[in-house]
Design a protein around this ligand. Structure first.
Ligand SMILES: C[S@@+](CC[C@H](N)C(=O)[O-])C[C@H]1O[C@@H](n2cnc3c(N)ncnc32)[C@H](O)[C@@H]1O
Length: 314
């Protein structure tokens, strides 16, 4: 990934908000709202905590939320941003001491061990209680600890191999729910058309394939895996779509990208151009990259990619 990864994750949030499949989301929310207190939730590859910040607006039972990421800087930002967001969502914010006890009326339910290093914690108290532990480590090791009632892995499953998917699923307690939103499924496209698009984009998808990972068709591979395991699930398209819209102050008059999505797009264009490397003739690759950067600067570039949102119960 080219560029500042944390700024990219922040810029991705408004793109994800448009992409989430609403029917899948409704199903997940109503399931969560109906579950008993004491729910154990694993957020695998939490990044800067965007799933948890969104969840603060949902109707959820008392829960122990374990946010695992391999990168401690991401987790520091996640903790900071969750603490800043929670008051507006009606939660009082406190830290949890090293014994894992909350300060409020609700007891923190951290009487279970999770592999990895706990680098921060939060006690959120509103109409319900959310105790959050931020853990630096391998999300699959955390899944292996088992007994999870809910496993979310947002924009994460395409990084895994099939055995990794199995570990996420096997970590669920019977009746537990998984939710894998924004699972990449190929279909990258830019507009306006460029004569090197086919060469560049097929080379880009090829960089993700051939290894152990689910690859450029991760959504479809995941669904086949669920079918093979006889797991009932619901899935729908959750496509990313980024284009300049009316009402901005960009160089093309009043058209501009919303929020920080110009940065999101810049990272994608640079990442594609960098990733394809020698798979595409150097002159062609450079022309493609220059044209896409010019179109981006002129607020004329559009982009779509296919993702799948997938949820089910084991
Ligand atoms: C594409 S980002 C998605 C972040 C976040 N879920 C979101 O949607 O904004 C993937 C995240 O997974 C983390 N990651 C990658 N492999 C991991 C692993 N094996 N265990 C824990 N975190 C991992 C990365 O550090 C990164 O923050």
């Amino acid at each position: 990934m080219k560029g500042d990864f944390r700024r990219y994750l922040a810029a991705k949030e408004s793109v994800d908000d448009r992409a989430f499949a609403p029917g899948v989301r409704r199903l997940v929310r109503s399931d969560l709202a109906g579950r008993p207190d004491g729910l154990r939730l694993l957020d695998a590859g939490t990044g800067t905590g965007s799933f948890l910040r969104r969840l603060l607006a949902w109707d959820v039972p008392d829960l122990a939320y374990v946010a695992v990421d391999a990168d401690g800087v991401n987790l520091d930002l996640a903790r900071e941003r969750v603490a800043a967001t929670a008051p507006a969502a009606g939660y009082a914010v406190d830290s949890i001491d090293s014994e894992g006890d909350g300060d409020g009326d609700h007891e923190a339910d951290f009487d279970f061990a999770v592999p990895g290093e706990t680098v921060g914690s939060l006690s959120l108290r509103g109409e319900n209680a959310i105790d959050v532990r931020f853990v630096r480590g391998d999300a699959l090791d955390a899944a292996d600890a088992g007994g999870w009632d809910f496993v979310v892995a947002q924009a994460f499953v395409d990084l895994l191999d099939p055995a990794g998917v199995d570990r996420l699923l096997d970590g669920l307690a019977p009746g537990g729910r998984f939710y894998f939103p924004i699972t990449f499924d190929g279909g990258t496209a830019f507009a306006p058309p460029h004569d090197a698009d086919d060469a560049v984009l097929s080379a880009y998808h090829a960089t993700m394939d051939g290894g152990d990972r689910l690859g450029s068709r991760a959504g479809r591979v995941l669904e086949r895996r669920l079918d093979a395991r006889g797991i009932d699930y619901v899935a729908a398209d959750a496509d990313w779509s980024v284009r300049p819209v009316d009402g901005g102050d960009g160089p093309a008059g009043r058209r501009d990208y919303p929020a920080d999505e110009a940065y999101f797009l810049r990272v994608l264009v640079d990442t594609v151009a960098d990733a394809v490397g020698v798979r595409v003739d150097e002159g062609r690759r450079r022309r493609w990259h220059r044209a896409r950067r010019r179109e981006l600067d002129a607020r004329r570039l559009s982009y779509t990619a296919r993702n799948r949102d997938v949820t089910g119960v084991v």
